[in-house]
Design a protein. Structure first.
Length: 408
């Protein structure tokens, strides 16, 4: 009897120890992690990170200090991050003139209201200078570790500065200088397009995309009113649409989150003290990471497709099927079922290509509506909606990226 009991105990111990073993990270997972440069340098990132510094402070110096604070806060959970005082930050321009361009009534307000663009420029001289300085950089690398606690650069300041430039162009147009306004907007468009291409994180890339969409709408309204022919604007290039580093950073956030759950005593409840060895029996971080890795390669690949190929593959059986061992990794199998869906973000860039196609067909080629080509589906007459023209697409377009305003 003792011998049988001894065998049973030994077998249980062996099974428990066996259940602690996790897989090695896959080659694909390692490849994505290796894209995140631990010792990278980027003057432009530090400058943007501290863009809101008061006039007498250097944005780059403030950005460097804040980045060090962030790094310290993620290495020591008890560390209290010291932020830059709100009272010292440059004022962020606010008000009706800074509405979201895709929302109802915003563009109408920008064109019809009596906004004093000169006063805004004068009041925000430092911000405008800093925005121009940032747009002049030819490099950009995010230096912060991608975690759920990541503090993003203050993109809202760049967005506000670029809105003021748009308001200035509208003011110049209303004063009777259409050509000057158009040239100014096109110059702004080129600079923002370059900065969007350099962005290596999803939030930043989307912010610049929306500013480009806004400028295109404003340009379109002016060109329609003046019945002028525009130069052709090229479609987005592969590098402009690239999600190579975005995929790596989004994967990195997932990886560090999943690793942080490993043998975590608070795995099942905050303040809990669950035995670490039992947690490992039902959750394997590397197995879970390997299971979700295909999501990020798919994200990278979808971004490089043509709009027509994207329309065929998005939301179809091409979507990756995630799986891991229900026996060895029961909790991990549950977690991968709630993995993020990125198609909607990639779609915004393909939608913008459709908007560019609309712009060129309306203002460069001067085509009739029935002769137009939708990059997604080929020959298609765009719908006329609230002063705009809209192409159809595979996913919902809540920000009017497939729509071009032609009148106010």
């Amino acid at each position: 009897m003792k011998k049988v009991l001894s065998i049973i105990v030994t077998a249980i111990i062996f099974l428990v120890l066996l259940a602690q073993i996790d897989d090695e990270l896959s080659e694909q997972a390692v490849d994505l992690l290796n894209r995140l440069e631990a010792d990278a340098e980027s003057e432009s990132y530090l400058y943007l990170y501290g863009l809101f510094a008061k006039e007498t402070d250097s944005p780059e110096s403030v950005g460097k200090t804040l980045l060090e604070e962030y790094k310290e806060s993620i290495t020591a959970e008890s560390y209290q991050l010291v932020d830059y005082p709100d009272s010292d930050k440059l004022p962020l321009p606010k008000g009706d003139a800074f509405c979201r361009s895709w929302e109802d009534g915003c563009l109408e307000y920008l064109f019809s209201s009596d906004i004093d663009a000169k006063a805004l420029l004068s009041k925000n001289k430092t911000l405008m200078t800093r925005s121009n300085t940032f747009l002049g950089f030819n490099e950009y690398k995010t230096l912060s570790k991608p975690t759920i606690r990541e503090v993003y650069p203050p993109y809202q300041y760049i967005a506000a500065a670029e809105r003021i430039k748009v308001l200035e162009a509208i003011s110049v147009y209303k004063d009777g200088y259409s050509k000057k306004a158009i040239d100014s907007l096109l110059e702004q468009f080129v600079k923002l397009r370059k900065s969007m291409e350099l962005q290596d994180n999803l939030i930043g890339k989307l912010v610049f995309l929306m500013k480009l969409s806004e400028i295109l709408d404003v340009l379109s309204v002016i060109l329609s009113n003046e019945d002028m022919v525009a130069e052709k604007i090229p479609s987005l290039s592969q590098s402009e649409k690239s999600f190579y580093m975005i995929a790596a950073r989004e994967f990195g956030m997932s990886y560090y989150t999943l690793q942080n759950l490993d043998r975590n005593p608070e795995f099942f409840e905050m303040g809990g003290n669950f035995p670490r060895w039992i947690t490992r029996m039902v959750y394997k971080p590397n197995m879970t990471t390997n299971a979700v890795t295909p999501i990020y390669y798919r994200l990278e690949r979808l971004a490089q497709l043509s709009p027509s190929d994207f329309a065929k593959q998005s939301g179809t059986e091409d979507s990756v099927r995630l799986s891991t061992s229900k026996l060895r990794n029961f909790v991990g199998d549950t977690l991968i079922a709630i993995s993020p869906e990125f198609d909607k973000y990639v779609a915004r860039f393909h939608d913008f290509d459709a908007k560019l196609a609309l712009f060129n067909q309306v203002h460069h080629l001067k085509l009739e509506l029935h002769a137009m080509q939708n990059p997604y589906y080929g020959n298609e007459k765009p719908k006329e909606v609230d002063g705009g023209l809209c192409f159809s697409g595979p996913l919902e377009d809540i920000r009017n990226l497939r729509c071009l305003r032609v009148k106010i």
